[in-house]
Design a protein around this ligand. Structure first.
Ligand code: FYN
Ligand code: ADP
Length: 600
């Protein structure tokens, strides 16, 4: 609803009318005349900046705001809630920002994070930069101080030139100074976040803007719904042919699915491409579940082998960054003869960023995969049995080895025994969303916990960032309504642990499992900076806010508590006590530590 006020124009007319009556009448008739004039006066409806922002978001089907209230946006959060928006209030802006980013990834709509000026804005900025790095669409909206004072550096409350600071850390940054530009500002932000390669956008809304008013009808007219904010981009036919020719000639082809493929929501076509071609595939961590991890063509358990041996690799929404050793060196056995890459990506400049790409296919993944599928006829020859057989052999060996490790029940628990319980639970509830962060906790979970459905795994992504846990978990629960299992290293949990209050406040179906081994990496390191308080009871933290806390010291206890938590949907924290000697420094990326890195 728009606020109704008498506007300036109407009051000027009223003033004139009053003046003329006063000149001609006595006391009582003046009062009567005043009343009459007030009743007769045309009341113009106006709308303020607060409501224009809310209406513009709603018009664009954005129904959720993740944020933290304070000057100057407290009223915006209240009004948004009153206008039927879902406003999820956090304890720290970084987690609200992470929630917005995860919501963007899951829904293909930009997630909104709303913060106060300077310090709140800065707290949200890490999440904005992380969203951009990961290609998640989000919009950080921050209130800001008086432009005139900020620009003259006269020391305003929370003074900061936020737009300038945000610019290099996101895809686009905008500031709106006039109420009549709010519609365009929101539209620019939405289109920038969603079109092409998705990413983070900053929208600067100075405090004064919210109180500005304008004629309601004109205000309404100034808002609009963005038409086709993420236009399809159809790949060129010759690029598709080049890619298919290369793939057809391959003796050892491999498909590599990245989180861009998960984001694209082209699930059926991606599965059809893999199955029709018969090519083995490797999912990057957040692409797990695009096809079930138990799929016969998954080469995840023979990762090193396929990366080294493949001759043609089709990258679908995956970058050749550090997670793929830049497409070079030992990981890829490039000395054995260069591999050829086909790369599907929406960003043309991604191509050749690390190694030459023989067949770039530029477009949105849905259109590109559909075009490739269209070129795969009934005469398609599946990869040679020597290739698929050799992969199966290695894979079976690794899977059998893993099965033995997972069946063991050591005391205290280790990563494997605790994760075997979670693996079974996810198998039983494949619709549950797994959030995962840590070092060893991340690495072990990635290979042990199979995923069965697309976009059910959210993790530290491209930066290996810690602190996404509770923000991602809240977003996943809020936008999907599905149970969430957050698998957290004890160190990683510490970054966002206070958000258990948020989880309890909104009574979200989130079960957090803290892998408690008393420290960063493990609890026995002789270097004090990595060691925590021994035998900490993270479960008590959840109890403090009315949730369920369980101290689980055996796999049986963990299994019982996890099953109950997922079934009940109650906020729960399981303190999984594991062997403090378990865990290696930096998990599987020890080689990235300067002191332990081998000379290249
Ligand atoms: C995988 N593997 C399996 C299975 N799945 N074996 C048995 N069963 C199953 N289901 C095997 C796989 O073949 C590999 O063995 C090994 O397990 C590890 O697989 P993974 O995890 O897929 O591969 P790897 O080498 O760790 O991948 C490299 C990486 C990854 C860089 C992509 O480590 C990663 O995503 N790291 C992110 C790290 C991070 O961000 N950390 C946060 C900061 S921590 P081999 O084939 O024999 O190699 C700060 O300290
Ligand atoms: P991963 O870490 O899983 O390997 P990356 O984040 O490195 O994945 O890569 C994702 C890639 O997907 C980016 O290069 C991005 O441009 C691309 N991408 C994202 N969405 C789409 C889309 N809808 N169509 C095509 N490419 C996309």
């Amino acid at each position: 609803m728009s606020s109704v006020r008498t506007d300036k124009e109407a009051s000027t007319t009223l003033d004139d009318a009053l003046k003329s009556k006063v000149r001609t009448a006595d006391g009582d008739s003046v009062v009567r005349a005043l009343k009459q004039i007030a009743e007769d006066a045309p009341e113009a409806e106006t709308i303020d900046g607060f409501h224009l922002v809310i209406d513009a978001l709603k018009l664009n089907d954005i129904d959720t705001i993740f944020g933290l209230p304070g000057i100057p946006i407290t009223d915006l959060t209240r009004m948004a809630q009153a206008e039927g928006m879902r406003v999820i209030s956090f304890r720290h802006e970084q987690h609200a920002g992470n929630a917005a980013a995860a919501a963007g990834f899951l829904t293909q709509k930009p997630g909104i994070c709303l913060t106060v000026s300077a310090p709140g804005f800065l707290n949200g900025l890490t999440a904005l930069a992380n969203a951009t790095t990961n290609c998640f669409p989000m919009i950080l909206i921050s209130g800001s101080s008086e432009r005139e004072i900020v620009d003259l550096q006269q020391g305003d409350y929370e003074e900061m030139d936020q737009l300038a600071i945000a610019k290099p850390l996101c895809k686009a940054a905008f500031r709106v100074l006039h109420a009549e530009d709010i519609g365009v500002g929101i539209a620019r932000a939405i289109r920038s976040a969603l079109s092409g390669r998705p990413g983070g956008v900053y929208l600067d809304l100075p405090a004064k803007l919210f109180a500005q008013t304008m004629d309601a009808a004109a205000g309404k007219k100034s808002l609009f719904k963005v038409v086709d904010p993420a236009p399809r981009q159809i790949p060129a036919p010759d690029a598709v042919k080049r890619a298919l020719d290369l793939l057809k000639g391959a003796k050892k082809p491999l498909i590599l699915l990245g989180k861009g493929a998960a984001y694209a929501q082209a699930d059926a076509d991606i599965r059809a491409l893999v199955e029709k071609t018969g090519i083995p595939y490797l999912p990057m961590s957040m692409a797990k579940g695009l096809l079930p991890d138990t799929h016969v063509q998954s080469a995840a358990a023979a990762r090193s082998y396929v990366l080294q041996e493949a001759d043609v690799v089709l990258l679908v929404g995956a970058r050749l960054n550090w997670l793929l050793s830049h497409g070079k060196g030992k990981t890829w056995a490039q000395d054995k003869g260069a591999k050829q890459f086909i790369q599907i990506d929406i960003a043309p400049t991604e191509i050749d960023s690390n190694v030459p790409i023989a067949a770039p296919v530029i477009g949105d993944i849905g259109s590109c995969v559909a075009a490739l599928l269209g070129g795969i006829g009934s005469n398609w020859v599946k990869p040679p049995a020597e290739w698929t057989g050799a992969i199966a052999e290695r894979k079976d060996k690794n899977l059998s080895k893993m099965a033995v490790t997972l069946a063991a029940r050591p005391s205290p628990m280790n990563f494997h025994s605790a994760l075997s319980v979670i693996r079974d639970q996810v198998k039983a509830r494949p619709d549950a969303i797994v959030v995962n962060e840590g070092a060893n906790t991340l690495d072990f979970t990635r290979s042990i916990v199979d995923m069965y459905e697309p976009r059910k795994r959210l993790d530290v992504g491209t930066w290996g960032i810690m602190g996404i846990g509770m923000g991602f978990a809240v977003a996943a629960a809020v936008v999907t309504g599905k149970p969430v299992i957050a698998i957290e290293g004890d160190s990683a949990f510490g970054f966002s642990g206070m958000e258990v209050e948020t989880i309890c406040r909104y009574n979200l179906p989130i079960c957090i499992v803290v892998f408690n081994n008393n420290g960063v990496y493990r609890g026995t390191a002789d270097v004090a900076p990595t060691v925590f308080v021994k035998n900490a009871r993270y479960d008590k933290l959840m109890e403090a806010f009315g949730g369920v806390g369980v101290n689980a010291t055996t796999a049986d206890e963990l299994q019982k508590a996890l099953t109950e938590a997922v079934a009940s949907g109650r906020p729960t924290l399981l303190n999984a006590v594991i062997d403090e000697t378990a865990g290696t420094e930096s998990g599987r990326i020890t080689s990235l530590n300067p002191s332990t890195a081998k000379k290249k």
